[in-house]
Design a protein around this ligand. Structure first.
Ligand SMILES: [Zn+2]
Length: 81
């Protein structure tokens, strides 16, 4: 039985699931290898299925936040005085 933690790639900020005791991980998004231990766990999962769901959930959440920030940025860029 494996426990997983959800972390963010320090290079591309991609959200990934890694086994709890795994020391390094090669990012599936940018292909870079990084150390897992110093990274903050965004969430913990009991199995790979739960880990997959959490990755999906956190990605969706992040996409919404980014969309929100992007819209705000665009709005303020329109105010050139
Ligand atoms: Zn990456």
């Amino acid at each position: 039985m494996g426990t997983y933690k959800i972390v963010k790639c320090p290079y591309c900020k991609g959200i990934l699931a890694v086994k709890l005791h795994q020391k390094t991980k090669t990012c599936t998004y940018c292909g870079k290898k990084f150390k897992v231990l110093p990274l903050k766990a965004l969430a913990l999962a009991r199995d790979s299925e739960e880990a997959g769901l959490l990755v999906k959930y956190l990605k969706a959440k992040e996409a919404k936040v980014e969309e929100f920030l992007y819209r705000r940025k665009n709005r303020s860029e329109g105010n050139n005085d």
